[in-house]
Design a protein around this ligand. Structure first.
Ligand SMILES: [Zn+2]
Length: 394
């Protein structure tokens, strides 16, 4: 049922050093049935199965965006836009934005903060097949301090009991992950500053323990150097932003980084497609300091995962490849970048059925013109996108 044999100049099965020249992928019933040499698959697969012959193209795993906000419109006044939106209209907007990501080759998105659990309803509609869209991993309302970063999303907590209740609420609503705003953020100027902690180390440990009790991992928004250390000690699974801020500017701590690596914590260094403008606005000195800490983390062996923070002001949906190009501009290799966007992101999100092309995996894959291992821009030239074996039509 719905079988198709895709053949191309190469298949990047993943990790990105696993390349099959003149390769093929047999898709069947939502999962990958076989991966191998095109000639062998062509000969062995029933001739009634349709062939998608993609000369000049590469087949690779669908890409993943580990940090988006589907409820946000990327405009300058998103807080009132989110708060004032009619739920039905906001649901439609969430679906449209998710589909924009899918059209850009992103087959999995992790939403790290929405309103009224609306992404969970969209996720259900996609999973049932009623709506075409990417796989959604949803955090629902992020835990934050009273009056803190993104409190308008409904996840404000003060006491330990509040924390337990909010996590139980999110889990019951269908959250796949618990998001905590461990430090302040730029979006909420009335709350703590970006480098200031919103939770004590003990509260962060409680959040991780409670999330684990509900079978969930924790994604921690953390700009502050001290907060990053506390999040790692508490046992979070991913650090979002990880910008090493203090009141005195960027202060990098290699000992915390060693613990990030040792504890298998992944870092989502959110970068929008418009990063060049963002760096210009930062000024050359601060931009250079920001880039330097990313290089130091990379040299220390940190596992980076891909995230755009799409939805926050200036971070448009569907400009995913622009984010990958930021890492290329820092000297990351193309294979390293593709792994960041696929297998490493799947690992960090605890998804064992996507991120590589192998028999039994979800058929989340893309076909692009050219070879992204030599030319990242090839990722913008999408010929086909499959999500759970379903072809996406434009
Ligand atoms: Zn965010």
């Amino acid at each position: 049922m719905n079988e198709v044999l895709i053949t191309a100049d190469r298949v990047i099965a993943g990790p990105a050093d696993q390349v099959i020249d003149k390769g093929g992928v047999l898709v069947g019933s939502g999962i990958i049935a076989a991966v191998g040499a095109a000639s062998e698959l062509d000969a062995s697969v029933d001739s009634r199965v349709p062939r998608l012959r993609c000369a000049g193209a590469t087949v690779l795993p669908g890409m993943m965006d580990c940090h988006v906000h589907l409820a946000f419109d990327a405009g300058p006044d998103l807080i009132s836009a989110v708060a004032d939106a009619d739920p039905d209209e906001l649901s439609t907007a969430i679906t449209t934005r998710a589909q924009q990501m899918l059209a850009a080759g992103v087959t999995t998105v992790r939403d790290l903060g929405d309103r009224d659990d609306l992404t969970v309803a969209v996720r259900a509609s996609i999973d049932s097949g009623a709506t075409v869209g990417p796989r959604i991993v949803a955090a629902t309302a992020p835990l934050t301090a009273h009056g803190g970063h993104c409190g308008f999303l409904g996840g404000e907590v003060t006491t330990d009991d509040d924390i337990r209740a909010q996590i139980a609420r999110n889990a019951a609503a269908g959250a796949d992950v618990i998001k905590v705003m461990a430090s302040g953020g730029a979006l909420t100027p009335s709350g703590p500053r970006m480098w200031e902690a919103q939770f004590t180390p003990g509260q962060l440990r409680l959040i991780v323990e409670e999330a684990r009790r509900h079978g969930l991992g924790v994604a921690a928004h953390a700009h502050g150097t001290e907060t990053i250390g506390h999040c790692v000690a508490a046992g979070v699974r991913t650090i979002e932003h990880c910008s090493w801020r203090t009141a005195e500017g960027i202060v990098y701590d290699p000992e915390i980084t060693d613990r990030i690596v040792a504890n298998d914590v992944s870092v989502c260094r959110c970068v929008s497609g418009d990063w060049q403008l963002f760096l210009e606005q930062m000024g050359s000195e601060r931009a250079a300091a920001m880039v330097k800490v990313i290089q130091e983390m990379r040299e220390a062996g940190v596992r980076f995962i891909a995230g755009t923070d799409s939805g926050v002001p200036g971070a448009r949906f569907g400009d995913y490849v622009g984010m990958l190009e930021f890492f290329a501009s820092l000297g990351f290799g193309h294979a390293e970048i593709l792994d960041m966007a696929t297998v490493n992101s799947a690992h960090a999100l605890g998804l064992s059925d996507t991120g590589v092309l192998a028999p039994g995996m979800r058929a989340d894959l893309i076909v692009v013109d050219g070879n992204p291992l030599t030319e990242l821009d090839a990722l913008r030239r999408l010929r086909h996108v499959f999500t759970a074996g379903r072809p996406v039509t434009g």
